[in-house]
Design a protein around this ligand. Sequence first.
Ligand code: SAH
Ligand code: SF4
Length: 383
Amino acid sequence: MSVSSHASRFSAPPTDAAGRIPLIGPNLPEMQAALAVHGLPAFRSKQVWHWIYQRGVRDFDSMANLPKDMRALLMEKYSIERPKVVAEQRSDDGTIKWLLAMSDGQQVETVFIPEAKRGTLCISSQVGCTLTCKFCHTGTQPLVRNLGAHEILQQIMHARDVLGEWPQTGEKQSNFINQDGGRDLTNIVMMGMGEPLYNYDNVAQALKICMDADGLAIGKRRITLSTSGVVPQIRQCGAELGVNLAVSLHAANDVLRSKLMPINNKYPLTELLEACRTYPGVSDIRRITFEYVMLKDVNDTDDDARQLTKILSGIPCKINIIPFNIWPGSGFECSAEERINAFARILEKAGYDAPVRRPRGRDILAACGQLKSASLRARRTES
Ligand code: SAH
Ligand code: SF4
């Protein structure tokens, strides 16, 4: 199935249950065109835009400089609401995981991970995923639909609401983010549910608003998109968005990778690695991140590590070693700590940066897709 037919079959509903159109998501010229239909001049859209993205208001009535009748019109026809929180889990280490319901009730996961000098929000791009990677819990959930641009942005805006991180009157958003320690949410990773490059148009639309200094003002250096390896859209993403790229590799040869990740049959390693090698802007300063999940007795031998050092040769990169996050029924186990360390040492000896990702939120069903499944199970048990 082509990416575009994929997108149209599984798109987000154009309106909410009350028939209102989302006003989060269109870019400024699109918003101006939409509001011009009601006879509203362009400067009114700029005001609305400012309230939405720079002040984070959640209802039109708070847009104090708009005439009352305009606010009433916007309220009737448009929506700037946030998703509903179905579940929130807070880990002892500060990680917060939300299960969010969109206007049609479809649910996705969003996770905030605070660290010493930055805070990363992991957002979803689809409800479920079509790509059935064997070790991934989301892969067990059928794709229900793509998220719309508004639903991708709403996850970030929801996190800013909870963290209390909208600039106050007089503070400029782009300055605010530069203040040392001024904001907890500094970085975005598209590593939640779904394959972002199978929903490219909506992801691109949302990320452009996210990167816009007059939008959410989170720059491209602070955004990382993770993909299982959709080669044509990797090129498009590099050319059009220029965000950091993370690639889920998980195996160093085609035979094993195709077993673990069926997408490898379509875009095998040589093609994938060529797209990485030529990703725009890649240099020793802006490296590709390769993700490698450690699966006991599957992809974790010294020989696997040595193969990895060979195939990645010449690509400015770092390799994130990820201890497998166990989920019931997966059929996989996580490699032992000594094995993980030995694997990382081989990569490091060959000159690669190979940090082992410290597991976060272990006490809160942190593996992607798990909170959603647990919630569905609970609902089934209740009904
Ligand atoms: N579809 C995209 C982004 C979402 S998955 C992709 O595949 O890159 C985000 C990352 O989590 C991927 O690297 C994926 O391989 C990894 N992952 C999935 N299930 C995991 C698990 N149970 N334990 C550890 N990492 C996992
Ligand atoms: Fe989809 Fe990524 Fe999970 Fe694979 S690892 S099933 S691409 S979400």
